[in-house]
Write a protein that binds this ligand. Structure first.
Ligand code: 5GP
Ligand code: ZN
Length: 112
């Protein structure tokens, strides 16, 4: 998708603070961190919302990539949250799916 912000980040057309990349996924720090650690894991394939996802292996890989990064960054043991917002009521603002991973502080529940 030529007009998609996250596709442009994957292609390097917009700078991002990259953490990890392989043939399927790309992880980078959120520009507006809501916790001491806040990064996003996205598929390289453009998928607009989780309602459009078809590949369970790819969707699972987003979660396992977040978990590995949380371990590597040293906050997995204390705990963290992974969440994907969907459409308007879910608070989605960028329509290329992304798994948020937040950690480094005690997170409240339920979310707002
Ligand atoms: P959503 O609200 O769609 O679940 O989350 C979108 C996330 O993308 C937000 O947390 C927002 O801060 C982040 N974001 C938006 N634009 C950019 C950007 O240009 N670079 C980075 N690194 N993050 C962005
Ligand atoms: Zn995209």
């Amino acid at each position: 998708m030529s007009d998609c912000l996250f596709c442009k980040i994957i292609k390097g057309e917009i700078p991002a603070n990259k953490i990890f990349e392989d043939e399927d996924v790309f992880a980078f720090h959120d520009i507006d961190a809501q916790a001491p650690h806040h990064f996003l894991v996205i598929p390289k394939e453009h998928i607009s919302t989780i309602n459009d996802a078809k590949d369970p292996t790819l969707i699972g890989k987003l979660t396992l990539t977040a978990s590995k990064i949380a371990k590597d960054l040293g906050f997995a043991g204390d705990g963290y949250r992974v969440v994907m917002n969907c459409n308007e009521n879910g608070g989605q603002t960028v329509y290329h799916i992304h798994l948020h991973c937040l950690g480094g502080r005690a997170l409240t529940w339920p979310p707002g």
